[in-house]
Design a protein around this ligand. Sequence first.
Ligand SMILES: O=C(O)c1cccc(C(=O)CC[C@H]2O[C@@H](n3cnc4c(=O)[nH]cnc43)[C@H](O)[C@@H]2O)c1
Length: 246
Amino acid sequence: MSRIIVTASTRMELSELLIATSAAALPGGGLLPVHRAEKGGAELLFAQTGIGKVNAAAAATLLCERYAPDLIINTGCGGAFAGSGLAVGDLAVADSECLADEGVQTPSGWRGLDLIGLPVYEGRGERLFNRIPLDQEVACRALDRAAAGGFKAVMGPFLTVSTCSGTARRGEELLRRFPGVCENMEGAAVAQVAFMYGVPCLEVRGISNMVEDRDLSRWDLKRAVGEVQRFLAVYLEQAAVLPGIH
Ligand SMILES: O=C(O)c1cccc(C(=O)CC[C@H]2O[C@@H](n3cnc4c(=O)[nH]cnc43)[C@H](O)[C@@H]2O)c1
């Protein structure tokens, strides 16, 4: 039976999936709460990682070591960049991830890790600096499934940051560094660990806010996490025949 792991930073980002799949808490999860279900001929494990790259990387490493998954799905909410074509309540599918604030501030501007010449990972014929590749077939199929399910979804590069951008200016600055449709705080960490373990990784987020001058009255976390979990519940129904799953 194939094994799919779904990670999110908060309980709210997983709670509807836990209900939809009748998942039960696994005993002995230690610091990392894990729930288990069976659906569509696959074993599903849901893990609440906590916010940010450190929590996400620690959780992803533990999950890869302990469970050797066939696919890791990172989900939750995210901010949409201006010009992405995304709005609050839409779905964003990552075609790549990026460590968007790992680099060097030089007198002539910000530069990525390639300036230092030290990759975050080197192996399997790749040197990864800021950009983390994701499985293209898995991403494209997820986008197709979202469209077929009537969801408005856009696929593009995701940027992972340590500081949530609370100004339009910061969003513009990040887009001068790297192309991006969606900002988040965990995705590149999960993607990097998955890449290191050779596990296909999918990232799908519901858009809770635009990357703009911070105005919480324009955020809709509930709608964002509801939409993306509604999509994933359908997606996971066909878990046994998902691309990348053998
Ligand atoms: O600024 C606030 O007061 C505030 C209130 C509630 C939530 C936040 C977050 O920043 C949530 C971070 C959480 O959600 C993801 N997320 C959602 N939108 C964004 C964003 O625009 N930029 C970065 N991360 C975002 C993120 O992955 C975290 O897990 C703030």
